[in-house]
Design a protein around this ligand. Structure first.
Ligand code: X3X
Length: 347
């Protein structure tokens, strides 16, 4: 028959169990189950984008970096690198996928190389307003697509650092795809941009933003496409490109991407701060640019820029087929987005 333990032995055993639970809790208290305690955690992240100092996106990224440093008491330091100083575009997203301590701020079509739904999300001729895009990306459909991105190692912190509808900017009046025939237009290197501007009649010439002005001056390209905020913020109008064709073919927007490995290693209390700061600042930027747009148009007109209405249906007809021909895209994705937009517009 088993002997019962003496009360003194039971007390010692109970105390040992309590102590070991407390000790282990102290080691794993960094909310991630990892070795580092939250109070010892420190992370330096490089944040990269191509925007210029005068553009709101640059100011917004700097504001997030400052706020995160303050609210994490210096634990999370985000070093911002504007104007393409370090890896950008496709290379920047690759840094994230490789697990670097890196934040990529790029058009969502660069995510499309990993999860093709993101190419459809920012496809041509979709949106009538900033707000409907913002509501769409905050919804459940895009939440599912973000989960797919996480399976590829990409944590999406935001998708709506919106910097305005992108229009064709040339030194001649453009109203139809015919008017763009053979016009060499600079685009970012995203396949979505290249294929879309070609479908619109132009000859898309992919270049990093930093090479665009010299290419215009040397006649390598005869125009570009971008938003009024890009136009005023980088002084595109000084290149002689003063005709804006109001194609609104894309909604210019940037997402914010970080490695899931880096993210999951981050203590939960810091994850909450970082996620919140990007979310709040993206909303702030949308509101600010909505309020500024009319004034920016007037400012550009003051610099001699002329805004031309276009045959929107002709450009839509010219590009709609891309939703079935771009790699990874299909009509279902297009119909899903249109279905969500119909619900949003019906509210
Ligand atoms: O990937 C982020 C944006 O799509 C970049 O667009 P791009 O290369 O036309 O640059 C926009 C400018 O406003 C940068 O100053």
């Amino acid at each position: 028959m088993r002997k019962s333990l003496k009360p003194a032995t039971l007390i010692v055993l109970f105390a040992a169990v309590i102590f070991s639970m407390g000790f282990l809790a102290g080691c794993g208290s960094d909310d991630t189950g990892g070795e580092t305690k939250a109070e010892d955690y420190k992370l330096v992240l490089k944040l990269s984008h191509v925007f210029s100092p005068k553009e709101q996106l640059t100011k917004s990224m700097d504001a997030v970096a400052a706020s995160v440093l303050k609210k994490t008491n210096g634990a999370i330091e985000i070093q911002t690198f504007p104007q393409g100083q370090i890896a950008t575009y496709k290379d920047g997203v690759e840094q994230v996928v490789r697990g670097a301590n890196f934040i990529s701020v790029e058009d969502p079509s660069y995510l499309g190389d990993y999860v093709s739904e993101f190419t459809a999300l920012v496809g041509p001729m979709l949106y009538k307003s900033y707000d409907e895009y913002v509501e769409l990306v905050k919804g459940n459909v895009v939440a599912d697509w973000k989960k797919k991105a996480e399976e590829k190692g990409i944590k999406v912190l935001s998708l709506h650092f919106v910097f305005g509808f992108r229009n064709v900017i040339t030194n001649k009046v453009v109203k139809t795809p015919e008017d763009l025939k053979g016009v060499k237009l600079r685009t970012p290197g995203s396949q979505l941009f290249i294929k879309t501007l070609n479908a619109m009649g132009a000859t898309a010439t992919p270049l990093p933003w930093g090479e665009t002005f010299s290419a215009l001056q040397q006649g390598v390209v005869e125009g570009l496409e971008g938003s009024e905020f890009t136009n005023i913020g980088t002084k595109v109008y000084e290149t002689g490109m003063k005709n804006v064709a109001l194609t609104q073919h894309f909604l210019g927007t940037c997402g914010v991407y970080i490695s899931t490995k880096v993210w999951n290693d981050m203590p939960e209390k810091y994850q909450k701060i970082v996620a919140e700061e990007f979310a709040v600042e993206a909303d702030n930027m949308v509101s600010l640019l909505k309020s500024q747009h009319a004034g920016v148009v007037k400012e550009l007109e003051g610099h001699g820029v002329v805004f031309n209405e276009v045959d929107a249906q002709a450009f839509t007809d010219a590009t709609i087929g891309l939703y079935e021909t771009l790699p990874g895209l299909n009509r279902t994705m297009y119909d899903t987005i249109q279905g969500e937009l119909a619900k949003i517009r019906a509210q």
